[in-house]
Design a protein around this ligand. Structure first.
Ligand SMILES: *Cc1c(COP(=O)(O)O)cnc(C)c1O
Length: 435
């Protein structure tokens, strides 16, 4: 696919993802800070986040919620930098966590444990213990063996663990197979046909207190219908549970709202939630609390990844831009075949536009970041990958002994380095030889 949004040399490229990244006087800015200046000062590759964009994304949920009882638990695996978490905590968000490590991040930023839901298929006893000690809102339990382990851990502490069962409603979220989680054939959740038995089992266990019902059907969803199909199935299940005297306080609809990577038509929180509220009222469940676990839609468009062009390499069949970022910095393209817009930080008019594959220096053919992009660039130029605020830095690795990128958060005309660039010395420090 050719990136038609980056026009021929001379015209201005237009960022799509977020109004907080825009050109001013011919230079890409993050809010009021020049991306070129940040790259000069802090080096590349560099993740840049916009505080205002994070606030705007959360604001879209707050506006959609109005006076309804909805708890937004940020799906923090999307971007768990402490500065990002702190902004969401200050705005009143809860957190959806998938490990004890993530729970410690919540505590480190002063997040409220009573607004934390603990998801994930492989919770360890030690993780359960920590979550019970600090008092999380709910465990989203994904299997019967997990239910039994949780009951035993809680009982040994003289507690009852608040639990939702994550059911798998078997709906197709119409997204990439790797980010679809609500179909029968994947590892997540308990099949909805087995949910009644599982809930009766849960209600009989000494260390368990049933409080909710949970699902999460996938990610980068841009239509309401998969959410509403799942909701209908959950409401049928609520009817069935009520008939068996099992009461559910809250309904957790998971995360999954999509963001703009290229030309997607988005589903807004308002459109989704209005439809949800309508369905709940119609079915007599207007009094239930709703929990949402958005990750990508809160952080994704609030970040870019900036890289510098090392080489222009012409082969017989292709033109390559070899840049200093790689699959270890942003794995989504090679992992999911994901598309990220590529913008020149300082668009230029003095070189011809050519069609390039943008690739990194790692010794893997899979190390590509963008394909078939029309760009007017020269060696040493800076490029920005758009919509890199979610599932970017969190998935970074040290493959090829590449220190991970620095992260910086812009706030108006100011910026704060929120994670220093790693050093090779730090990478080597944990290793030792046999002598
Ligand atoms: C990943 C995940 C989320 C967040 O998903 P997004 O698509 O980023 O909104 C929420 N809940 C669970 C259980 C998840 O695994």
């Amino acid at each position: 696919m050719t990136d038609t949004r980056v026009p021929a040399a001379g015209a201005q490229a237009t960022p799509v993802g977020s109004p907080y990244f825009a050109y001013r006087d011919g230079v890409l800015h993050a809010e009021s800070v020049s991306v070129a200046d940040l790259a000069e000062r802090l080096g590349t590759p560099l993740y840049i986040y916009s505080r205002a964009a994070l606030h705007a994304a959360y604001g879209a949920y707050r506006d959609a919620i109005g006076s309804h009882d909805v708890l937004v638990c940020y799906g923090m695996k999307a971007n768990s930098n402490l500065a990002v978490l702190r902004e969401f905590a200050k705005m009143g968000a809860g957190f959806d966590i998938v490990s004890a490590g993530e729970l410690q991040r919540v505590l480190a930023v002063g997040g409220d444990p009573s607004k934390v839901v603990f998801s994930g298929v492989g919770k360890q006893a030690s993780e359960m213990r920590l979550a019970l000690e600090v008092g999380v809102k709910c465990f989203n339990v994904e299997s019967i063996p997990e239910l039994h382990r949780l009951s035993a851990v809680a009982a040994s502490m003289g507690k009852r663990a608040p639990v939702s069962l994550r059911v798998n409603p078997d709906v197709d979220p119409k997204t990439h197979p790797y980010i679809s989680t609500g179909l029968k054939e994947n590892k997540f959740g308990i099949a909805i046909e087995q949910a009644l038995d599982a809930y009766r089992n849960a209600a009989s266990l000494p260390g368990i207190k049933v409080v909710g019902l949970d699902c999460h059907i996938g990610s980068q969803i841009t239509e309401a219908s998969p959410f509403l199909d799942a909701l209908d199935k959950l409401l049928d299940l609520l009817d069935l549970l009520a008939a068996h005297d099992i009461h559910i306080d809250h309904l957790d609809l998971g995360g999954g709202l999509g963001i703009r990577y290229s030309d997607e038509t988005l589903l807004s929180p308002t459109t989704l939630l209005n439809a949800v509220f309508e369905r709940l009222l119609a079915r007599g469940y207007g009094d239930r609390q709703i929990v949402l676990e958005p990750g990508r839609s809160l952080a994704g468009n609030a970040g870019i990844l900036v890289t510098r062009v090392e080489y222009l390499k012409h082969t017989d069949s292709k033109l390559f831009l070899i840049v200093d970022a790689a699959m270890n910095d942003l794995v989504r393209p090679t992992l999911y075949d994901a598309y990220h817009g590529v913008l020149p930080v300082v668009p230029r008019t003095d070189v011809v536009t050519r069609n390039y594959d943008v690739v990194g220096p790692i010794c893997e053919s899979g190390d590509w970041l963008a394909r078939n992009r029309d760009l007017a660039v020269a060696e040493g130029d800076l490029l920005a990958f758009e919509s890199a605020g979610a599932y970017g830095m969190v998935m970074a690795s040290n493959y090829n002994t590449r220190p991970r990128a620095a992260e910086v958060m812009v706030d108006g005309a100011n910026f704060h380095v929120v994670r220093s660039r790693e050093t090779v010395a730090q990478l080597l420090a944990l290793e030792s030889t046999l002598g």
